[in-house]
Each structure stands twice: as structure tokens, then as C-alpha cells.
Ligand binder design. Structure first.
Ligand code: SF4
Length: 389
């Protein structure tokens, strides 16, 4: 296939939320009035710009992901307008996965029928917990009842492909509460479920509480035990773990995220969105760039020239191979040794002799020409990843 015609994934960032969760370090903003019309226009302008660039022109779109922030704060007419422009700009794969993230506090039945009619075929619902106490602790803008109702509406609107997000390893969460969350989540029979452990990010209120010693995380043993409970319950229910935090029934993995983990190209539009393009010239293996994060400044830049890029990074071989391992090993299938050798002309162990030590310790293994984490390794993956980046 001509390199220029390789499929890519499109990410569209909607940076507005109805309130800010205290653990969140995403580029999300609470404003008195969401400038939906102006922001949509800025996205269209950016889309037109990239559609006219040689490196993206005529390349098929394999997945589209509306992430945030809270994309469900936008009306179906705006989402439809953006999707129509994408279709007028690029060829769209017949089986293109089109996901929209939704917060239960913004779910309205009519809107969900509208998103489906606009072309969205997958919804990701940020439930986090069904326990009122934990929702309050997490500062979520919705109740447990609203989360249940949102999941019902998503199903009624005809979305067979939907995902539910849960959060665990919250410092005040009990095993009983986690089990209750998993049991209730499973009653909705979502074909995909993400279970993230709470992290204390710099610059967030939770990060501040954690660094000042006022918020104590769970012990590593407790966290590992919770991760094991999540994996066991979801596996028993037929959801296979395919990435550290992601589980799916066969055929329902997130194609969009798998493209990130396999090091594929993606184009990000909107405030703070990142893009990545592979290349191979004179030791340069790729480039990454990111947009202005502030929504107001993003809109001004995009309306002026269609470009809102404020940062570019050239990916050299050392960085590229570290990222390829770091991202690929997040998936339970691991990485293909042949593909690694084709990209970097050596095997993973040639670059990282520590792989032998990790394999001897039972954390990694080679199976059918692939390098992957063992179950034990997946539980300790984060401490191993720091050595690849
Ligand atoms: S709803 Fe999501 S994006 Fe918005 S503040 Fe909460 S965690 Fe962040």
C-alpha cells in the first residue's frame, strides 16, 4: 500500500465539562456558557486544513473518537456537522468505529438518538462507581441513579457497542464496594469495560492532598488485590482483558485505542489534542505535535489559519523503540518480535537486556513470536514501563 494512503485514526477533543473532578488532569474546562457553535467552527477549520495537506489527503479514516472533557455536552447537530465534514474530507472505512464519550450527568434520551443518527456507533459512559459515597468522594457531577439511567438510554438508543468506565483503588473504597460496582456494571452487559485505578496527578486537588500527606493511597498489596478482583470477576463474565485497564467481549476491543498502542498514525483536532505520524528518514522515526490547550486561544488560532499547533517533537530511534515497547506491552497480546525487528533492525532484548532479567523473574515471556507480560508482570507493569521511556 502507498504509505500516503495508510489508514489513520482521528481524535476530536471537546474540552468542556459541567464540573471539574478533583482527580482529573485532562484538558477540561468549566465555563458559564459553552461556545459550542464557535468551537465547532474552529474544528471544521482545522479539519479543512489537514484535509488539504499531502501527508493526510485521501487517507482512509479507520476510527473517530470524540473525547474530552465531555463530548456529550455538544448537541447531535454539532457532532453531525463535524462527522459530515470528516466524510467530505477523507474516505471513511466502511466499518469505521465512531465513539463518543458521555458523562451520565449530561445524558438526554433525545440526544442519544441524535448521536446515533449523526453516525456515532459507539458510546463510552464514564460511570466510575454506583456507590453514592464514592461518587461524592470523586466529585462526580452525577448520581448512581443517573448512571443507571444513562446506560439504559444508551441501550434504548440502539448502541449495541458501548463501554462503561469504572474507577477503583480509591483510598476510601472497600473490597465490598468494588465487588458491588463490578456486579452492578455486569448487569448492563456492556461488551466493553474499562477499569482504571485512581492516580494522584500533579496539579489536581487530589494530587495536592496526596503530596501533603492528607490523602493516603491504598497499599501496593491492596491495590494488587483489587486489580486481581477486577480481572477475576470480569473474566468470569466473559470479558477478556486485552490491555492493562481494558476488557472486552470478542470483537469489541476499542479499535481507536488499539491503534495508539500499536504505534499507528493519528490526527488530533481541538484544544490540546495530540497527533502522531510515523516516518523513516535519516534516523527520524516519527513526529508528534500538540495544539494550544486553552480553548479560547485554540479557537482564535484555528480560525485564523486552520493550525493551532504549539509544540512539535521529532521522535528519534531510541525514543521510538521505547515507545513501541511501552505502548505494545500494555496489551495482553504484547508485541510481535518480527514487527519490532522490521521497524528497528534488532530484537527488543538487543536494546533492553533487562528483558532477560524480567523473563527470569516470571514477569515477561515469549510466546508464538511475541513478547508479552505474564499475569504477574501486568500487575507490576507501571514500575517496568519507566525503564522504557
Ligand atoms: S468529567 Fe471527565 S474530563 Fe470532565 S472533569 Fe471529570 S474526569 Fe475530567
Amino acid at each position: 500500500m502507498n504509505a500516503a494512503k495508510k489508514p489513520f485514526s482521528l481524535y476530536i477533543h471537546i474540552p468542556y465539562c459541567i464540573s471539574k473532578c478533583p482527580y482529573c488532569d485532562f484538558n477540561s474546562h468549566v465555563v458559564p456558557e459553552i461556545p459550542e457553535k464557535q468551537y465547532t467552527e474552529a474544528l471544521l477549520r482545522e479539519l479543512d486544513h489537514y484535509g488539504s495537506r499531502d501527508e493526510w489527503q485521501n487517507r482512509p479514516v479507520q476510527s473517530i473518537f470524540f473525547g474530552g472533557g465531555t463530548p456529550s455536552t455538544f448537541k447531535p447537530t454539532s457532532i453531525g456537522k463535524i462527522l459530515a465534514r470528516v466524510a467530505a474530507t477523507f474516505p471513511i472505512d466502511a466499518d469505521c468505529e465512531i465513539t463518543l464519550e458521555a458523562n451520565p450527568g449530561t445524558v438526554d434520551q433525545e440526544n442519544f438518538f441524535g448521536y446515533r443518527d449523526a453516525g456515532v456507533n459507539r458510546i463510552s459512559v464514564g460511570v466510575q462507581s454506583f456507590q453514592p459515597r464514592l461518587l461524592e468522594f470523586l466529585g462526580r457531577a452525577h448520581s448512581a441513579e443517573e448512571a443507571r439511567k444513562a446506560l439504559e438510554i444508551v441501550r434504548q438508543a440502539g448502541f449495541d457497542n458501548f463501554s462503561l468506565d469504572l474507577m477503583y483503588a480509591n483510598p476510601s473504597q472497600t473490597f465490598f464496594e468494588l465487588e458491588a460496582d463490578l456486579d452492578e456494571a455486569l448487569t448492563f452487559q456492556s461488551p466493553h469495560l474499562s477499569a482504571y485505578n485512581l492516580t494522584f496527578e500533579e496539579g489536581t486537588p487530589f494530587g495536592h492532598e496526596y503530596r501533603s500527606g492528607r490523602m493516603k493511597p491504598l497499599s501496593e498489596d491492596e491495590e494488587v488485590a483489587m486489580a486481581e478482583l477486577v480481572e477475576r470477576k470480569l473474566k468470569e463474565a466473559g470479558l477478556q482483558r486485552y490491555e492493562i485497564s481494558n476488557y472486552a467481549r470478542p470483537g469489541f476491543h476499542s479499535r481507536h485505542n488499539v491503534n495508539y498502542w500499536r504505534g499507528g498514525d493519528y490526527l488530533g483536532l481541538g484544544a490540546g489534542a495530540h497527533s502522531y505520524q510515523r516516518m523513516k528518514t535519516d534516523g527520524v522515526m516519527g513526529q508528534r505535535w500538540s495544539n494550544e490547550k486553552n480553548p479560547g486561544r485554540y479557537m482564535a488560532l484555528s480560525m485564523e489559519s486552520g493550525v493551532a499547533v504549539v509544540d512539535r517533537e521529532i521522535i528519534d530511534e531510541t525514543k521510538a523503540l521505547g515507545e513501541f515497547l511501552f505502548l505494545g506491552l500494555r496489551m495482553t497480546e504484547g508485541i510481535s518480535n518480527d514487527e519490532f525487528c522490521a521497524r528497528f533492525s534488532k530484537s527488543p532484548v538487543d536494546f533492553y537486556p533487562q528483558i532477560t532479567t524480567w523473563s527470569d523473574a516470571g514477569l515477561m515471556e515469549e510466546r508464538d513470536g511475541r513478547l508479552l507480560f505474564t499475569r504477574k508482570g501486568l500487575l507490576l507493569a507501571n514500575s517496568i514501563f519507566v525503564q522504557f521511556v
